[in-house]
Design a binder for this molecule. Structure first.
Ligand code: ADP
Length: 431
């Protein structure tokens, strides 16, 4: 700032002194020329027009004879120089500390006679202009600098206060390990508000991810405890007692089943945690829904006699085909699991003005009204006394709901106990 102010001062000074010289030159030239018209020599006598003044517009007018002796006018007090005459040229002359501009004009009279008319104007010296300005600048500049420093310090402190908030929140999160803390700056368009908002989102995501991890650990340890203790018990029993080959085979099959169950549980848990945390890579492409249903029915080796498809020729949707296949597989496998050996299952694809619908309907055991909300919860299994072997995990429908949400859709369930159930995926036309 000081440098800029100094440069500005120098610039202004140089401009002002050159403007002063130009103005003085213009004034001198016009005054001397107009004076030339107003003075004359008549029969050796020097005459002026009425009202002629030897000092006009700051210009002293002097009249000299051909022999360069002063005829009329008053030489300015400070001007002691002897300056030779030069017709028509404006010059600068330093007389002591004062600077003058001089212009001489020769006024011929007849063939031999004539006189000189000389104009003198004092030009304000550069230093004269500079010194008061410089004095003002020298006094005011430090004051302005001080004000500017104090002002900008205050401004910067104010502007950086949100950053202090961000640091303080980050520190308390780190120290207290409390991920529920937020910076909570009021929304704004400046960088700090955006930074704080981004940090808050980051903290929310971190919290979500820690929660999911906590949940996963709790779920895994809780759910795996049962099959592990069954396996352990079976092994101990087999070690302790001499079992017949049939019993031994039975024990091995049981261990196998429990190990399978653990594998399914771990896969489903991982899958759900990834879906919840959105860490599963999702590839949205255009998928032909009826085609996806047809090929899945062929690949899965489901009982084709029980399956009834009601599909349009084609109906493209934007979806992740792997996730959508997983959703359909879960629904159809449940339909097989929870309905009689010969009962039919319908898979339908349809659309209305706003949604694409994919439904799986069975004539199975159905779900009681008060339990229909709960089946979407993780690990929820409708009471075990329904005659169906409960080898599920209770995670399938949670995963189904997650997948629907990822596609911007939702699930509905219609079911009547003892009659059957219909699970339906609603996908928006533009997910
Ligand atoms: P599971 O692995 O136990 O099948 P799900 O999350 O897929 O877990 O289902 C949760 C519960 O909802 C099941 O335990 C079952 O009681 C009930 N359920 C799911 N699908 C059906 C269906 N088609 N008919 C009747 N009950 C069902």
């Amino acid at each position: 700032m000081a440098l800029l102010a100094g440069m500005l001062l120098i610039f202004m000074l140089s401009i002002s002194s050159s403007v002063a010289v130009q103005t003085a030159t213009a004034q001198l030239t016009s005054t001397v020329r107009s004076s030339l018209q107003q003075v004359n020599l008549v029969d050796g006598a020097f005459v002026t027009t009425d009202g002629f003044s030897f000092y006009q517009n700051g210009v002293s007018i002097l009249i000299y004879s051909e022999a360069e002796s002063l005829l009329a006018g008053q030489i300015p007090v400070g001007f002691t120089e002897i300056e030779p005459f030069e017709n028509g040229t404006t010059r600068r002359v330093e007389a002591g500390s004062v600077r003058y501009l001089i212009l001489d004009l020769w006024r011929p009279i007849g063939w031999e006679d004539g006189f000189w008319i000389r104009g003198l104007i004092e030009v304000a010296d550069g230093s004269q202009t500079i010194s008061p300005l410089l004095r003002i600048a020298l006094v005011s500049l430090p004051v302005f600098m001080l004000l500017a420093i104090l002002g900008s310090y205050g401004l910067v402190r104010r502007a950086f206060r949100p950053l202090e908030n961000i640091i303080a929140t980050a520190q308390s999160i780190n120290e207290a390990r409390d991920l529920s803390l937020r910076i909570g700056l009021p929304p704004g368009r400046d960088e700090f508000s955006r930074l704080a908002d981004t940090f808050d989102q980051l903290f929310a995501r971190l919290e979500q991810s820690f929660e999911a991890e906590k949940q996963f650990t709790a779920d895994a340890s809780h759910e795996l405890r049962t099959p592990v203790s069954i396996i352990k018990g079976a092994c101990e029993y087999a070690e302790k007692y001499d079992e017949s080959p049939e019993d031994r085979q039975e024990t091995i099959s049981m261990i196998h089943r429990q190990a399978d169950r653990m594998a399914v549980l771990i896969t489903q848990l991982l899958s759900m945690t990834r879906l919840e945390q959105r860490t599963e890579i999702i590839r949205m492409t255009e998928v032909d829904l009826p085609e996806l249903v047809r090929s899945l029915c062929q690949e899965q080796g489901w009982d084709q006699h029980r399956l009834h498809l009601s599909l349009p020729d084609t109906l493209p949707v934007r979806a992740d085909s792997t996730l959508l296949s997983r959703l359909l597989r879960n629904l159809v496998e449940n339909a097989f699991k929870y309905s009689g050996p010969d009962s039919p299952i319908w898979i339908r694809v349809a659309r209305n003005e706003k949604e694409v619908l994919l439904s799986v309907e069975d004539r199975g055991i159905g779900i009681r009204q008060d339990q229909q909300e709960k089946v979407w919860q993780r690990f929820y299994q409708v009471d075990q006394s329904r005659g169906v072997e409960q080898d599920g995990t209770g995670l399938g429908l949670s995963i189904v709901q997650q997948i629907a949400a990822i596609h911007g859709g939702y699930m509905t369930l219609e079911s009547v106990l003892g009659k059957g159930s219909c699970f339906c995926l609603h996908l928006p036309m533009e997910p």
